[in-house]
Design a protein around this ligand. Sequence first.
Ligand SMILES: C[S@@+](CC[C@H](N)C(=O)[O-])C[C@H]1O[C@@H](n2cnc3c(N)ncnc32)[C@H](O)[C@@H]1O
Length: 376
Amino acid sequence: MAHLLPLRVFLSSQTQETPSKPLKLSKRSNNHKTSISTAKKGLLSPSYKMHKLNLEVSPHRAVSAVRLMRIEFGGAFADLLNEKGKGSGDNEMGYVERTLGFRTRDLDDRDLRLVTDIVGGTIRWRRYLDHLIGSLCHDESMFRSMEPLLLQILRIGFYEIVKLNMPPYAVVDENVKLAKVALRPGAGNMVNGILRKLVLVKENNSLPLPKLEGDSRAQARALATLYSHPVWMVRRWTKYLGQEEAIQLMMWNNSDPSFSLRANAAKGITRDDLVMQLNSLKVPHEVSLQLDDFVRVKIGLQNVIRAGLLKEGLCSVQDESAGLAVSVVDPQPGEDIIDCCAAPGGKTLYMASRLRGKGKVHAIDINKGRLRFENS
Ligand SMILES: C[S@@+](CC[C@H](N)C(=O)[O-])C[C@H]1O[C@@H](n2cnc3c(N)ncnc32)[C@H](O)[C@@H]1O
């Protein structure tokens, strides 16, 4: 059943300009982060060198705050931060220690799921969260001049309370603790004050959100905040789709992602084979209605990873939208296909598998660092 893909997939980079390890923080952003934390906490003090292990702060919040810093200031890719050996994973505690001045215990699967939820959700809802944080700060300048790590901790707390509906007082306590240990006691007091205000207004059903009123520009700005999308996008979607449909699209766009798995036809795996594997792992799933090779998975991806289905190449995580693009190309055996913006190669591999061993896919990308190629 399992055989290697008999055709060759060529990867080439058009330029050498981009760094080969794009996930690493640039020197400038490292300095920036060090200066933030060094100035506030004395990261270069002897205690830092002793690899302090802090068992009091919740590891998933500490790691989420550091990942958010890496994404905002280091250009890290949110979707790649879970992948061990790709600039994160094994190094995670190193990043935590350099940014916060202490390590936490290692993350277990549950922590990792929370980190993924919180980091992804905080990024998707950032405009909305920042509006709430700004509205509950004492004044505008307090929000504008807030130090980056403190802002990330507040964003996490706001997201947990407003969007995840976590028990509010536990969220307040945990984020206050994190701010106190990672920054200083005064920062913890500030987090305490702002999060408690949030809990109150939420309980009274009076979150300070903009009203949908005024001319089209004012309404676009309000919608951009309410549904956390850029103003230009709201204006464009409203123009082409009308307000109601634009709202539906934004809601869908910011909903929790589900994952799709693609059975690896190149290794002779059919979707039925994959479904059998998922049944035996007790992973809930449904088959795609649009694409023959795809299965949708909402929860249980960790089980799939642990069982080695991805590592053994039985299937890949691939968005159905990527699959749809390939089905539009409709690769046929014997064809020569050029994939011009190919990295990391998801569509390249799917197109290659549809050539059934006859033909070539030339995969080109401008970013050498993104041309790591690990699947057959
Ligand atoms: C969204 S990713 C492509 C994802 C890929 N098609 C897949 O399915 O896995 C976009 C890619 O386009 C590349 N890119 C952007 N401008 C390019 C250019 N002028 N020439 C070649 N590649 C380019 C980027 O480096 C990036 O890797």
